[in-house]
Design a protein around this ligand. Sequence first.
Ligand code: PGA
Length: 256
Amino acid sequence: MRRPILAANWKMHKTAGEALDFVYALVPRVEGAKHVDVVIAPPFTALDRIGRVLAGHGLALAGQDVSAEAEGAFTGEVSARMLADLGCRYGIVGHSERRALHAETDALVARKAAALLAAGIRPIVCVGESLEQREAGRTFEVLGAQVEGSLAQVPRGRAEEIVLAYEPVWAIGTGRTATPEIAQEAHAFLRARLVARFAGSAERIRIQYGGSVKPENVYALMAQPDIDGALVGGASLDPTAFARIVRFEAEKGGAQ
Ligand code: PGA
């Protein structure tokens, strides 16, 4: 079975000191959650401060982005090797905010994913349609093209290392979560595309859902057959809320 993966994407929140306070508050709340992978993606400036503490408690560190280049005159950029050096085991690429605000294309996302793999880091590759695209009936066309383009450089032999994150843009930061059924429909479509691309290993690739995930809705989402985890923004900033998401089974029967 696929091991659930619950990831916190803090975006541009928390100083290094605040990040450390969060980790100390989170650790006792998630002790015992041994059958899931817990991933924290702080801003780059907090990676070093919290990396060792997380590792000591079996929690994984992630970058929120990475340069597609290995090294050189790229002011402001951070390479995959630098992330690996600080202990990052995962790296988010292709988040919709990067795609929209920094004009990142599928081709660039593919290069970033390849850069992470080359450094031994597992890419969390984000895809998702906008509200306009969904309302125009183009959801599957958009997702298909994003998967094809963004995973273009992942060799079949390393497919299991990637995590795909389905994040409908209309659900991110809006409080408007996809229903479990809508999310499952998209995840099943993505799984089929992974099978077409990677054959047998596709069944072992984890697909996370992201977009207004909260303690109140995480259980119903995780109960879907093709939803293997969550990529959490807003609710991951609070250690109590994120711990409840990590321990999603305990939320069974909770209010939606
Ligand atoms: P949200 O963000 O949980 O605040 O909707 C999710 C994400 O952007 O990864």
